[in-house]
Every structure is written in structure tokens, then in C-alpha cells.
Design a protein around this ligand. Structure first.
Ligand SMILES: [Zn+2]
Length: 235
């Protein structure tokens, strides 16, 4: 039949495992935060994509303006060729209008070409960044997938330990459990410690002979290390 202190020591083994898992889960959660270089890369690609979009829009606008001017030129040319205009002044005015429209058309054509060239030039920087982003995102997602699997495994392990702990705790002396839990909080996760060569295994202080060799006590009196205050388990 295990004594209360032995039961508490076993419970502590479970609590240490639980604590260890919780720490590992926290670490794992930190490791799957999006890396800063990936965040920056995504921002760069986002702003370059907007620039490229706006260049495409500029090009499309200039091209539609070219189309409108071309139609006006063609209509004027048709009128000129129809022979309906007889007054030389009218003919000269229309010819001058066509010439002006040709200049306007060239301006829009140049604008469309400039937008296209700038788009292609920037694309040389943009495309490799897009590829890099896809690659880095893929790597990061793989890392996250592994971490998720690992976290699921740890959560299952923790659930099992929690069940085991509550089964054991339900079978224990309530006062002993309370002292244990209070010590656990104050003493960095170690409430019960063993003795080696008459020294406390937690704080390594030598124990007075009276403590180190004290007979095993009953259920309600526990030996405490005079130095660190933890409960002592005599084997
Ligand atoms: Zn101690």
C-alpha cells in the first residue's frame, strides 16, 4: 500500500509531464507564427501587384482613347472623300482637324506603349518575387502542418494525463493534496522531493540527521525540507 507521500510523488511525475507538454505546445505555437521575412515579402508582392494593375489600366485607357480618335479620323476622312464638301475653306478646316487628331492619336499611342514597356520592365522584378513568395509560403504551410500534427498529438497526450491525474487525485487524502498543490505553485513545479545522501534533492542542502532519518510518518504529518520547505519522500 503506497503512502500519501508516495502517491503525491507519483502525482507529481504526472504533473511534470503535463507541464512539459504545455511548454512544448507553447513553443510549437510560437514556431508557427508567420516569419517576418515572409510578411515583408507578401507586402512587397502586394504593392507591386497594385502598381502592375494600375499600369495595365493606364494602358487599356490609352488604347481605348486611340480607338475613339481613330474612329473620328476615319469619319472625317470619309466626309472628305465623299465629295460633299465643296467650299475650299471647309475642306482645309477638315484637313487641319484630321491632322490635329493624328497628333492626338500619336500621343495616346505613346502613352499606351510607355505603360506596356513599364509593365514589362517591372514584371522582371515582380515575377521572381511572386515565385519566391509561393515557395516560401509553401515551406511555411508545410511547417504549420507538421506543427499542427504535433500539437494534436500533444493535446491527446495531455488529455490522457489529465484523466489519469483526476483518477489518482480522487483517491487521495484531500489535505495532503491541498498542501501539495500550494507547494507546487510556490516551488516551481516541485512540491515533493527525494533525499540522496542525507541531502534534499531539490535544493541540495544537507538535512539534519533528525529529518533525514526520521521514521516514516502517518498520513497527516509530512516531513519538510527545513531549507526549501518541500515535502520529503523517504525511500
Ligand atoms: Zn530542500
Amino acid at each position: 500500500m503506497a503512502t500519501d507521500i508516495e502517491k503525491l510523488f507519483d502525482l507529481q511525475q504526472i504533473d511534470l509531464k503535463r507541464l512539459h507538454i504545455v511548454k512544448r505546445v507553447k513553443k510549437s505555437l510560437v514556431s508557427v507564427r508567420e516569419p517576418i521575412d515572409l510578411v515583408r515579402l507578401r507586402e512587397s508582392v502586394g504593392s507591386m501587384s497594385e502598381e502592375q494593375e494600375s499600369l495595365k489600366e493606364n494602358q487599356a485607357l490609352a488604347e481605348s482613347q486611340v480607338k475613339v480618335v481613330k474612329e473620328k479620323i476615319a469619319a472625317n476622312q470619309d466626309l472628305l472623300n465623299s465629295g460633299r464638301l465643296t467650299d475650299p475653306k471647309d475642306i482645309a478646316a477638315l484637313q487641319s482637324q484630321i491632322a490635329e487628331l493624328e497628333i492626338t492619336k500619336s500621343t495616346y499611342e505613346e502613352r499606351a506603349l510607355a505603360a506596356l514597356l513599364e509593365f514589362e520592365d517591372k514584371n522582371k522584378q515582380y515575377q521572381p518575387l511572386v515565385e519566391r513568395l509561393e515557395e516560401r509560403t509553401g515551406e511555411w504551410e508545410e511547417l504549420r502542418r507538421c506543427a499542427r500534427e504535433e500539437q494534436e498529438g500533444m493535446a491527446a497526450e495531455l488529455k490522457k494525463l489529465n484523466r489519469e491525474r483526476s483518477v489518482r487525485a480522487s483517491d487521495m487524502n484531500k489535505d495532503a493534496l491541498q498542501i501539495y498543490e500550494e507547494l507546487l505553485k510556490r516551488k516551481n513545479g516541485i512540491a515533493v522531493t527525494t533525499i540522496t545522501n542525507s541531502s534534499c534533492d531539490a535544493c541540495f542542502m544537507s538535512l539534519p540527521t533528525s529529518v533525514a532519518t526520521a521514521p516514516r510518518n502517518g498520513s497527516s504529518n509530512y516531513l519538510h525540507c527545513p531549507s526549501c520547505g518541500r515535502m520529503l519522500l523517504q525511500r
